[in-house]
Design a binder for this molecule. Sequence first.
Ligand SMILES: *[C@@H]1O[C@H](CO)[C@@H](O)[C@H](O)[C@H]1NC(C)=O
Ligand SMILES: *[C@@H]1O[C@H](CO)[C@@H](O)[C@H](O)[C@H]1NC(C)=O
Ligand SMILES: *[C@@H]1O[C@H](CO)[C@@H](O)[C@H](O)[C@H]1NC(C)=O
Ligand SMILES: *[C@@H]1O[C@H](CO)[C@@H](O)[C@H](O)[C@H]1NC(C)=O
Ligand SMILES: *[C@@H]1O[C@H](CO)[C@@H](O)[C@H](O)[C@H]1NC(C)=O
Length: 337
Amino acid sequence: MVDDTCFFCKDILVVKPLKKSRMLLRTAVLMFSMACSIFIFSVCLKKISAHARTKILELNVIEKPSQSIVIPYLHYPEPVSFSRKECARNPVLFFAILSNQRSGSGWFETLLNSHINVSSNGEIFSVIGRRKNASSILHTLDKVYNLDWLNSASKNECSAAVGLKWMLNQGLLEHHKEIAEYFDHKRVSVIFLFRRNLLRRMVSLLANSYDRYAKLLNGTHKSHVHSAEEADILSKYKPTINSTSLLDDLKDMEIRAAKVLEYFNNTRHIILYYEDLVRNPNKLKDVQQFLGLPQMELTSRQVKIHRGPLSDHIRNWDDVNKALKGTVYESFLEADY
Ligand SMILES: *[C@@H]1O[C@H](CO)[C@@H](O)[C@H](O)[C@H]1NC(C)=O
Ligand SMILES: *[C@@H]1O[C@H](CO)[C@@H](O)[C@H](O)[C@H]1NC(C)=O
Ligand SMILES: *[C@@H]1O[C@H](CO)[C@@H](O)[C@H](O)[C@H]1NC(C)=O
Ligand SMILES: *[C@@H]1O[C@H](CO)[C@@H](O)[C@H](O)[C@H]1NC(C)=O
Ligand SMILES: *[C@@H]1O[C@H](CO)[C@@H](O)[C@H](O)[C@H]1NC(C)=O
């Protein structure tokens, strides 16, 4: 009698003289069962990596921003380039927006700067000399937080929050130790701004770097636009995405975000997502509260470039679709914004 719940056992366990054909069959069955276990193993792996991913994202969502401002976070700078006059007694909060290119940070910063009491000084560290080493970075930050960094964004003596926009690839990760120490010592508050849909971010990155030389708007390269017509012209270019490296590229982006969250975990911070800012105007109230500002209606003239389904914006949509279907990134194919 053969126990028929054990399908492979009868070949493997029953010992008797074998004919050649039986030997072949046995090999085939063995190979088949090996292939099955490899398949099951790879499915498990995918589950594990899906689990790891959601864990990173959950942390971001669950973690409540430390909203209440305690006195050490309020400063009274004495700039050398001008006098704060009657506002010298108004406290100032120091902040830094940590973000990635094409994650809505340009738009977000114009919103912040529409507040009468905010001076957000842009991507100061896009200039390589300023991020050459940790000491040149800290020296630059000193100047910003002392209100002595003068550009079109610096408001007036009555700034209640002063800061800058800083991309992860502008020396921030390399010198994270010194910068985090500085932020803690100087009581700088951090605004993390991420984009959930990294595939949309990738489209925007590729299109923007294409326009750097194509200059689709009458021979001028523009990273941000102010009209629907300009947006339509720029979005006519459909980038091709490398579907071979796509999964690894998306994973890399996530890892960088997770790293920076870890490095600046002990700094007072709030985590924002571009998609939430677009959908929910109340998020801007949270930001103003986080920065200790009087609430105001914030405005920006910037217009979104890539609207509508992603399939309209990617040249090799079928390949990309195939590469992401059934993976943890599948939702990027559907989600708007
Ligand atoms: C950092 O770079 C500046 C020039 O940008 C240089 O003068 C300074 O010596 C450097 N400091 C260190 C510690 O390397
Ligand atoms: C904001 O700016 C206005 C105008 O400059 C000023 O009157 C006011 O005191 C400032 N508010 C704060 C909280 O600094
Ligand atoms: C490009 O130039 C033409 C003619 O000078 C003008 O009519 C048009 O509005 C310009 N388009 C953009 C997007 O600036
Ligand atoms: C796509 O990525 C793969 C793997 O990283 C690389 O070998 C290949 O050269 C890339 N293709 C293009 C067109 O860049
Ligand atoms: C941040 O630190 C807290 C406690 O120090 C820890 O529980 C949490 O997991 C950390 N978060 C990240 C993203 O590293």
